[in-house]
Design a protein around this ligand. Structure first.
Ligand code: A3P
Length: 345
């Protein structure tokens, strides 16, 4: 009798357990598939009457789905047409600064349902050959998006290239411009590290950072060295200000984006007039990588590629001091122009 009761209980527990596991699996699959499957953006134009700056929250929920399928080659041209997907010129561009954290910024902004990123650096405005291909060529390089989403591209070379401000101005004089900066000496060393890695890969010999950054004849900072010049942020910004008012720029603190990304992203959301949708849930610290990684939903997350977050070579402390002293007055001017103060040494 007792044996029979125990068997019955085991059977009941088995059924209940199976039901619980089944529901859990269903939930996981459902939430995961929200990203890739339907529902698809409403196609009846209900959201079309909103102003440019206003993004209807309901439309935001449908960000991925079809876009994702299209990128994977699974959505037909007919679906694209039906769902009103378009390739839009960017409403905001991350113009630099190289090694400031431009990739991290773009990927993190892409967590926002109203943002669609151009994955590749397009180099339209800084490359004469590309620029000669015309604006339609540029637009066709953009990802598909719903009309109420905004496209963002990043090409860090834009910040330092002479012709770019005027060219962007001609495309859209009210475009929003994002600049992500890091402490200038650290940025210069990061820049050097990237070039060094490239040289090493090609089995080429390369100079030490100290030798490049300091002119051996004068013992002064070598302003001909590109990694140094790029870090003189104010010089470049001044060229941009001939075309765009300062209100059209937003400066992102690249050092803070590494350690505390959410508040920096929230400031960008505000600048772009986006409803606040990126949350702490979307960002988790990965101890192995030593950086924050991205969580889109419970099944899809990713860290940036290994080329982001390289170990920098040791640099002579006197060279670091010299560089910091050199950048100091330029930094002060940068704070003054942008209205954002960084505690760079
Ligand atoms: P280091 O390689 O010097 O550490 P960019 O994308 O403009 O080339 O910038 C690269 C820098 O982004 C890296 O420089 C890294 O420090 C920084 N970064 C910021 N957030 C990051 C993240 N979540 N994962 C990896 N790198 C990140």
């Amino acid at each position: 009798m007792l044996f029979k009761q125990q068997a019955l209980l085991r059977q009941k527990l088995f059924v209940l357990g199976s039901l619980a596991i089944g529901s859990l699996l269903y939930l996981v699959a459902r939430v995961g598939s929200l990203d890739r499957l339907q529902p698809i953006c409403p196609i009846d134009g209900r959201f079309r009457s909103h102003g440019q700056d206003e993004i209807p929250l309901r439309a935001l929920q449908f960000k991925r789905g079809l876009l994702h399928e299209f990128r994977k080659g699974n959505a037909s041209k007919e679906q694209i047409r039906l769902h009103n997907l378009v390739q839009q010129l960017p409403k905001a561009i991350i113009i630099g600064v190289r090694k400031g954290g431009t990739r991290a910024l773009l990927e993190m902004l892409n967590l926002h349902p109203a943002v669609v990123k151009a994955s590749q650096e397009i180099h339209f405005f800084d490359n004469d050959e590309n620029y000669a291909k015309g604006i339609e060529w540029y637009r066709k390089k953009m990802p598909f998006s719903y009309p109420h989403q905004i496209t963002i591209e990043k090409s860090p070379a834009y910040f330092i290239t002479e012709e770019v401000p005027e060219r962007i101005y001609k495309m859209n004089s009210s475009i929003k411009l994002l600049i992500i900066v890091r402490e200038p000496t650290t940025r210069a060393i990061s820049d050097y590290t990237q070039v060094l890695e490239g040289k090493e890969r090609k089995n080429k010999t390369y100079y030490k950072f100290e030798k490049l950054a300091i002119d051996p004849n004068t013992c002064e900072v070598n302003t001909k060295y590109k990694a140094v010049r790029t870090s003189i942020y104010t010089k470049h910004l001044e060229r941009w200000l001939k075309y765009f008012p300062i209100e059209q720029f937003h400066i992102v603190d690249g050092d803070r984006l590494i350690t505390e990304p959410l508040p920096e992203l929230q400031l960008v959301e505000k600048f772009l007039n986006l409803p606040p949708r990126i949350s702490q849930y979307n960002l988790y610290f990965n101890a192995t990588r030593g950086f924050y990684c991205l969580r889109f939903n419970i099944v899809f997350n990713k860290c940036l590629a290994g080329s982001k977050g390289r170990i920098h070579p040791e640099v002579d402390s006197s060279v670091i001091t010299k560089l910091r002293k050199f950048f100091h007055p330029f930094n002060q001017k940068f704070y003054q122009i942008t209205g954002r103060t960084f505690n760079w040494p």
